[in-house]
Ligand binder design. Structure first.
Ligand code: UDP
Ligand code: MG
Length: 427
């Protein structure tokens, strides 16, 4: 049985995963097993991983997770739990596909645990490097150790930790599993795991820098920042692949490149989010040439035909006539956003309630508009106003220039939904 088990979780990081694996192979201490937990990565990534599998100490596991199931648990925690139960080492150590160990990492840590049998958890300093889109270094710092920790949560990254198997078995006795993989912990499942460990053990510092962690624009934490649990309809999203989707009635409709321009969507409005949250929205009908025949015109579009001055707003698959120029102005609809469609296509669309300037008790608000009243912000959907946390407004790329001002008595006409906020803030 090897002394140390290293658990490497991988998902679509072809640029860095090879370096992570090599950093284990190049350790000064060689009595280890490496469990590569591939979360069903794309072919490019999987090929790179597979090129290392002839080493007998490297074991490979593919979760075969379906994309539509990715959001259901914190994936890396699920993989780590799976790995711990497959592992045989006396000590457990974690690695992610965008990090690397410095050559002494395993030697220093395992030796310390060997010579201090009462200590179950050690951690070390970490170099963090921030890279831009082109993988050029833009910032580097060192995460220092902070003494013996009773509360390591959010202070120690999991790539800087080694602990005994025993420590995790004690956690499992209490909680029935090792790491908590509840999806609400996507952003910091390691902090939650440390809180469990800290109930029984302290984290002991080793005054050496033993790993490097990279943050890229594609790191989960970067992509996840201020993304609310439910992305409102009308927002345009993109994951790691080049595909771009409109969130429409809580489904994701792929927008083809030609249609993107034709329907006057703007590249600047695309928000990049983590893959698991892209796949959370079930696939809807595509936004391609077929919409002109099947009438599935995307909601929240401004349209007009060449043979009539009428302008319509698409809502619930119906066309709502915008009654006059003041109504256009009231909701900050722009003439430059109007999409010209064939009169036949427009005619076939059923009529919805017209959209006037005045906001009254019977008014049906346009979906997906940003409102403000007394310093608070709201997004409309199904005639309900959802308060939204201001950081989420920017993150979802709503434009503050298009904000619709409401008086209190106007606001009072409408029901209010739950606050749209960032999950992490609720904890
Ligand atoms: N990960 C995963 N499945 C996914 C997404 C991410 O297993 O669907 C893993 C990823 O391979 C990495 C870890 O989760 O080992 C953390 O992801 P990332 O490094 O992107 O996030 P960070 O916390 O560094 O921002
Ligand atoms: Mg990372």
């Amino acid at each position: 049985m090897p002394k140390v088990t290293i658990i490497l979780t991988c998902y679509n990081k072809p640029e860095t995963v090879g370096k992570a694996i090599e950093s284990v192979i190049n350790q000064t201490f060689q009595d280890w097993e490496l469990l590569i937990m591939n979360d069903n990565s794309n072919l490019k990534t999987t090929k790179i991983i597979k090129s290392y599998l002839n080493d007998q100490r490297i074991h490979y596991y593919n979760s075969e997770i379906k994309d539509g199931d990715r959001y259901k648990t914190t994936r890396y925690a699920t993989l780590i739990n799976e790995a711990i139960s497959l592992s045989t080492g006396k000590y457990l150590s974690y690695l992610t596909d965008d990090s690397e160990y410095l050559p002494e990492r395993l030697e220093v840590m395992s030796e310390y645990l060997d010579t201090h049998p009462d200590i179950h958890i050690v951690y070390s300093k970490q170099i963090t490097r921030k890279l831009n889109e082109n993988h050029t270094l833009i910032f580097q710092s060192t995460r220092q150790t902070k003494g013996v920790l009773r509360k390591a949560a959010n202070l120690v990254d999991h790539c800087s930790v080694m602990h005994t198997r025993k420590a995790m078995e004690v956690v499992k006795e209490k909680y029935n599993n090792y790491w908590d993989d509840d999806p609400k912990h996507w952003h910091n499942a390691d902090a939650v795991a440390w809180a469990r460990l800290n109930e029984f053990y302290l984290f002991h510092p080793l005054e050496k820098t033993l790993d490097i962690s990279y943050k890229t624009p594609y790191s989960f934490q970067t992509l996840n920042l201020y993304i609310p649990e439910k992305i409102p309809d009308g927002v345009i999203i993109k994951g790691l692949s080049p595909d771009v989707y409109l969130v429409d009635k809580q489904k994701r409709r792929k927008i083809t490149e030609g249609m993107f321009d034709k329907l006057k969507y703007k590249k600047g409005k695309i928000i990049k989010i983590p893959d698991p949250f892209v796949f959370k929205y079930p696939l809807g009908s595509p936004i391609d040439d077929t919409i002109l025949k099947n009438g599935k015109i995307p909601n929240q579009l401004l349209i007009k035909s060449s043979n009539s001055p009428n302008i319509y707003y698409i809502q619930n698959g119906k066309k709502r006539m915008i009654v006059n120029a003041q109504a256009m102005k009231r909701y900050h609809f722009k003439h430059s956003d109007i999409v010209l469609l064939d009169p036949v296509v427009i005619q076939r669309l059923p009529d919805g309630p017209p959209l006037g300037m005045k906001i009254m008790s019977h008014t049906k608000l346009p979906d997906g508009a940003l409102f403000t009243c007394k310093g608070k912000f709201y997004i409309s959907e199904n005639n309900c106003l959802y308060p939204i946390y201001y950081k989420c407004i920017n993150r979802l790329k709503y434009s503050m220039n298009d904000i619709v001002k409401l008086h209190q008595h106007e606001l009072d006409y409408f029901k209010q939904g739950p606050l749209i906020t960032w999950n992490h803030l609720k904890k």
